[in-house]
Ligand binder design. Structure first.
Ligand SMILES: [Zn+2]
Length: 130
């Protein structure tokens, strides 16, 4: 890393933004504590044809059977579908929303951590150089 001398006011600015970032990190960590059970995937609601040629569903899309619920997610590159009962569907839908929330939080925490580490490194470097 090239040496760039940091002035006293530069250090103060660095410390101030470090404090701000640390505060934000704390807030996000508290959001993380609010997290409920989570699961990967999306809950789909489907109306199905039964396959019987003389059933009304064969010709009329509004006469299809259902709704049927499925949890769909990717595992090792493959799409997996899991049938859900009507009672399970809202539980899994809420859990998949929590998963999305977790991913957003994780990404924010990671970006913030990188910024904080960069600032800390700069500060440590300027302190060593006195
Ligand atoms: Zn049918």
């Amino acid at each position: 890393m090239p040496h760039t001398p940091t002035s006293t006011s530069g250090i103060r600015r660095l410390e101030q933004s470090l404090e701000r970032h640390a505060q934000r990190f704390g807030e996000l960590r508290r959001d993380l504590e609010q997290l409920e059970y989570f699961c990967k995937g999306t809950v789909l609601k489907r109306m199905m044809k039964c396959g019987k040629a003389h059933c009304a569903c064969a010709s009329d899309p509004t006469k299809r059977h259902g709704p049927y619920f499925e949890l769909t997610y990717k595992a090792s590159g493959k799409t997996v579908n899991v049938r859900l009962s009507p009672e399970a569907a809202p539980l899994y839908r809420a859990a998949s929303q929590q998963y999305r929330k977790l991913k957003i939080l994780f990404n924010r925490l990671e970006k913030l951590s990188q910024t904080i580490l960069r600032h800390q490194a700069k500060l440590a470097q300027s302190q060593r150089r006195g």
